[in-house]
Design a protein around this ligand. Structure first.
Ligand SMILES: *[C@@H]1O[C@H](CO)[C@@H](O)[C@H](O)[C@H]1NC(C)=O
Ligand SMILES: *[C@@H]1O[C@H](CO)[C@@H](O)[C@H](O)[C@H]1NC(C)=O
Ligand SMILES: *[C@@H]1O[C@H](CO)[C@@H](O)[C@H](O)[C@H]1NC(C)=O
Ligand SMILES: *[C@@H]1O[C@H](CO)[C@@H](O)[C@H](O)[C@H]1NC(C)=O
Ligand SMILES: *[C@@H]1O[C@H](CO)[C@@H](O)[C@H](O)[C@H]1NC(C)=O
Ligand SMILES: *[C@@H]1O[C@H](CO)[C@@H](O)[C@H](O)[C@H]1NC(C)=O
Length: 489
């Protein structure tokens, strides 16, 4: 069974080889096996027939080496081929290409590049001695050829000026209407060129590869080939480039003399070579990620800067040992969390916190309206900071933000005397006496033990704080109160 299939395959293959070798009929899918003459930019090295490459203002030709005899005026031919045009640039299609029937190899070599498509030149254009018939697939409107469309199909007789041409389109049999087609679309397009010698009619029909042959041709032109052809004619292709280039491919070709060309088997038609990887999307993706990161980083930076922004003036330099950064206080109080509030008074809230070195602190946040008098307050804070007595709550420093002053005190584990007295008093009388003695000793220090007389001006149970040994410590001088009211001394 398997043997029989193999034999059948072998014989089918043998038949197509015979057809391919028959001068009056051939089908090519792999042009390396076709008996072609190629010149200029044309090549068949990967099996595709490639007419042009990236060279500027150059031509490429490829045609069957064996000429076909033009017997008499009833001569007919039919051909079908698949082409694809791949422009190098996005903005322009480049030049075009043509299917060509011509009498002598030498003649075509003089074909000029650019708009002459490798078919004619300035000297020989429009001469009856050319004996050239071409069907151009033109992707550049040129003034030499009196063209206005950069996407047209034309029938040329001895001249690059077409005897008839139309914008590329095909008739959609199912919709019953014409649909336009872009020749240089990097898509495989199939074209049928048929000449009926009896009626002297040349038809050109094209359609996307997958579409069956449309019922109506794009061009149908009455032409008498006996007035053009010589006894022997070559069949092939020509293409050219200008300053802008396109890569032109023929991916399958079938031809028959005196009958209908064998229809191409789409599955055997080669694909276009893979385009070189386009790095642009990748570059764009990376660039947008980088841009995003920069912007996000910028936003985070601005947010952080704003979050930790402080007010710092030149005159404060002398107090810098007592200055805390807002960032440090923010971290110490875990962002001034509500569960760290020790108490709230008329001037603001007090928060518990730990500095990086583990020191426990209490931070009083006071909002104020004006910067007026600020310099004096800060000076006073600095002075307070220099007071040192074991019954005085140590003022460790301060920080300034817009409309806000932060005072940093040492932390008192046992809270205020007021809390102890009014919420479940458990102080013994001896402890109370100890506390009173401590506070008195501190007041003595403030009033007489220091260079200047310092008045507390707000001694009350809530301003007396207790450390872990229940020593009474005087805290919260009236400086804060003065900050809010005009200072009167
Ligand atoms: C195009 O093909 C011709 C002929 O093979 C060759 O000389 C030329 O270098 C090629 N140009 C490019 C840009 O590949
Ligand atoms: C043209 O040539 C073909 C093939 O040789 C022949 O069959 C046909 O009769 C000829 N027709 C005319 C009008 O001479
Ligand atoms: C035609 O080709 C010329 C030169 O190669 C180019 O400048 C022009 O843009 C092309 N025109 C079109 C419509 O592609
Ligand atoms: C081509 O030549 C013919 C005469 O041989 C003339 O009538 C025609 O105008 C020419 N066409 C162009 C485009 O020069
Ligand atoms: C060419 O097209 C015309 C018009 O559609 C049609 O009548 C004729 O049969 C076609 N000839 C060939 C050879 O396909
Ligand atoms: C479609 O195009 C052909 C060829 O250009 C033309 O003859 C025909 O009138 C057009 N048909 C429609 C429906 O536009």
């Amino acid at each position: 069974m398997a043997g029989a299939i193999l034999w059948m395959l072998a014989s089918v293959h043998a038949i197509s080889m015979v057809l391919a070798q028959d001068g009056n009929q051939f089908v090519h899918y792999d042009f390396r096996k076709a008996d072609l003459y190629v010149d200029g930019m044309a090549s068949t090295k990967d099996g595709r027939l490639k007419l042009t490459n990236s060279s500027k203002r150059a031509t490429g030709h490829a045609f069957h080496k064996t000429p076909i005899a033009f017997v008499n005026s009833s001569f007919s031919f039919s051909t079908e081929f698949v082409f694809a045009i791949v422009p190098e640039e996005r903005t322009s299609y480049g030049q075009g290409m043509a299917f060509v029937v011509f009498p002598s190899i030498v003649d075509l070599r003089y074909g000029a590049a650019t708009s002459y498509l490798g078919l004619f030149n300035r000297g020989n254009d429009n001469k009856t001695e050319n004996h050239i018939l071409a069907v151009e697939l033109d992707t550049n409107a040129s003034s030499e050829a009196l063209e206005e469309s950069d996407n047209h199909v034309g029938i040329d007789v001895n001249s690059i000026v077409s005897v008839e041409s139309k914008d590329a389109s095909y008739f959609d049999d199912t919709l019953g209407m014409n649909r336009s087609l872009v020749l240089a679309s990097k898509q495989r397009i199939r074209i049928w060129i048929e000449y009926d010698g009896e009626n002297r009619l040349l038809n050109v029909t094209l359609a996307p590869l997958e579409t069956p042959k449309p019922r109506l041709p794009l061009l149908s032109r009455s032409i008498d080939l006996s007035k053009i052809f010589k006894e022997q004619m070559f069949f092939g292709f020509a293409g050219s480039t200008g300053t802008i280039r396109s890569h032109q491919y023929i991916l399958g070709w079938s031809l028959a003399i005196g009958g209908k060309a064998q229809s191409l088997d789409i599955s055997q038609v080669m694909d276009l070579p893979r385009p070189p990887p386009d790095h642009l999307p990748l570059i764009l993706a990376v660039a947008s990620v980088v841009a995003f990161l920069i912007i996000a980083g910028g936003i985070v930076y601005l947010y952080q800067r704003n979050r930790y922004s402080e007010v710092f003036e030149q005159w404060e330099l002398q107090y810098s040992p007592q200055r805390f950064s807002f960032r440090a206080l923010y971290k110490a109080t875990r962002g001034f969390k509500e569960n760290r509030v020790l108490g709230a008074g008329g001037f603001g809230k007090v928060y518990r916190g730990e500095l990086l070195d583990g020191t426990r602190i209490a931070v009083k946040r006071v909002s104020h309206g004006a910067e007026q008098g600020m310099q004096e307050y800060v000076a006073e804070i600095a002075t307070m900071g220099r007071l040192a007595h074991r019954n005085l709550v140590q003022l460790r420093g301060y920080c300034r933000r817009k409309g806000e002053l932060l005072l940093v005190y040492e932390y008192m584990v046992n809270g205020s005397l007021a809390d102890r007295l009014f919420d479940g008093d458990n102080l013994s009388w001896s402890q109370r006496v100890h506390i009173v003695k401590g506070v008195s000793s501190c007041l003595h220090y403030l009033h007489e033990g220091w260079g200047k007389v310092v008045l507390h001006r707000d001694i009350k149970a809530s301003n007396i704080l207790l450390d872990e040994d229940l020593n009474g410590k005087l805290g919260d001088f009236m400086i804060v109160a003065r900050l809010l009211k005009p200072r009167v001394l």
